[in-house]
Design a protein around this ligand. Structure first.
Ligand code: PHE
Length: 454
């Protein structure tokens, strides 16, 4: 219910818990599965540099904006705008966010299901003595099958729902704190192995030596969409999490820590993948299967690869889980506070609805693959609409809201509660949210639909 006094709300109990939960949301399949796959499709280094520019100029300010909106309103993504801008249409930005959460989780759960499958394949030593081609067909057979991936996806959704039902302190915070550092360690080992393979150099060049002439309007839009996706921005995840953050938390610190952690992990994933892609003769533009096809080849060439592969896919699944709960939480907090449902009922309802769409996404890899919309199957369509359309549009409105409606004074007051922000920093921030972020997003979108070309 939207009038609950803020004292009744759950909140994160420690500063580290806040960073861990927000970083847990940010770091996920987006970094390890999606970043290498789309960087590969859109040509590598040029894509990486545009994506980094978007993270800095748009991601950072939008993230701070979301936390400010959430903490000052103490509400879900929709309720926040109702409280801060009563009687205005701003609340529809929140609805857009809830819709995005819905679409994202539908295909996210599918990929997380693949990751669960790869835990069991790793345990059975299923990649051993297989050629790169055999590993590729193993992946394709798995995702095209009508039953197994659906079951695994549903298992993943039930796990996510279970954690969300337990609630913020006992659920979200506890599970995100411990396992992320371990993931970084495994990634570093993978990077070392990958860059020492024969032929690794071509992969590093692909990732770091930009050729901007290769960049298309689609590539630029995807880099923008991915900047939002990977930082969990544009749909109110961090509004919702911000509403659970105590007033003494330093929001600027949280934003910087989360962004750095997320970016470093994506780059590590790139360094682990691309040298191996070239070394094993896999196409960098292989698509959504890229990591599932590349990494097993690396594992079975490295000492201790058996253990590494099990650990890696367990941690990938955990990283997916700490993100999926933050996506689900957007829908749950909305149902709970706006329709006055209990946490459990909201979670069950949201999980069932999202899973139905999720099953269609999974089947669109196989039996439903003939059904295409704008040349995309259902899985790709959900990904495209949410990441390239809903998140940037949501982010644009969030920036405009903080820049023009909420305003400098209130931003300063909210940030100052648990930290400081110098006048100069605040001015830069306001300039970014008032002008740079919204204009850049508008230009990228117009460029994509061909209304503006360079
Ligand atoms: N940031 C998450 C990832 O990279 C995905 C996500 C998107 C989470 C949007 C929340 C909101 O995997």
């Amino acid at each position: 219910m939207s009038n609950l006094p803020s004292g009744n709300r759950d909140s994160f109990s420690s500063k580290f818990g806040v960073i861990a939960a927000a970083a847990g949301s940010a770091v996920g399949l987006g970094n390890i599965w999606k970043f290498p796959y789309i960087a590969g499709v859109y040509g590598g280094a040029a894509f990486l540099f545009v994506y980094l520019a978007f993270i800095l100029a748009i991601g950072l300010p939008v993230m701070l904006s979301e936390l400010v909106i959430g903490r000052s309103s103490q509400r879900n993504a929709f309720g926040a705008f109702k409280v801060l801008a009563p009687g205005t249409p701003w609340r529809y930005v929140g609805i857009l966010g809830v819709a995005a959460a819905f679409l994202i989780l539908s295909f996210y759960g599918v990929v997380a299901g693949w990751s669960l499958q790869y835990i069991s394949l790793s345990i059975q030593d299923g990649f051993h003595s297989k050629s790169p081609d055999e590993i590729t067909s193993l992946f394709n057979t798995l995702i095209e099958s009508p039953i197994r991936p659906v079951i695994l996806q549903l298992i993943f959704m039930v796990l996510s729902a279970g954690i969300v039902i337990i609630g913020i302190k006992k659920g979200i915070e506890k599970y995100t704190k411990i396992l992320m550092p371990l993931l970084v360690v495994i990634l570093i080992f993978l990077c070392i192995k990958s860059v020492t393979l024969d032929g690794a150099k071509a992969g590093l060049e692909f990732l770091f030596k930009p050729d901007f002439s290769k960049l298309s309007a689609d590539g630029i839009l995807s880099a923008l969409g991915h900047a939002f996706f990977t930082l969990s921005l544009g749909m109110g995840t961090l509004i919702t999490y911000g509403s659970y953050i105590k007033k003494d938390n330093n929001l600027v610190n949280t934003v910087i820590n989360v962004t750095v952690a997320d970016t470093v992990i994506a780059i590590l994933a790139g360094v682990a993948i691309f040298p191996a892609v070239f070394a094993f003769g896999i196409a960098p533009s292989e698509g959504p299967g890229l990591i599932f096809i590349t990494l097993p080849n690396v594992f079975h060439q490295m000492p201790g690869g058996y253990i590494f592969s099990i650990l890696f896919f367990i941690l990938l699944s955990v990283a997916a889980l700490t993100s999926s709960i933050s996506i689900l939480e957007v829908v749950v907090a909305y149902f709970k506070e706006e329709f006055n449902l209990g946490r459990k009922a909201s979670t069950i309802l949201a999980t069932i609805l999202i899973s139905i769409l999720g099953v269609l996404c999974s089947l669109s890899m196989g039996v439903l693959s003939p059904y295409e919309f704008f040349g995309l199957n259902i899985f790709d369509l959900m990904d495209w609409i949410s990441a390239n359309l809903l998140l940037p549009i949501g982010g644009m409105f969030i920036a405009l809201f903080v820049g023009w409606y909420f305003g400098r004074k209130k931003v300063q007051a909210e940030v100052a509660q648990g930290g400081t922000m110098s006048g100069a920093f605040l001015s830069i921030f306001m300039f970014l949210v008032k002008f740079i972020a919204p204009i850049a997003i508008a230009i990228v979108m117009l460029n994509k639909i061909g209304l503006l070309t360079f």
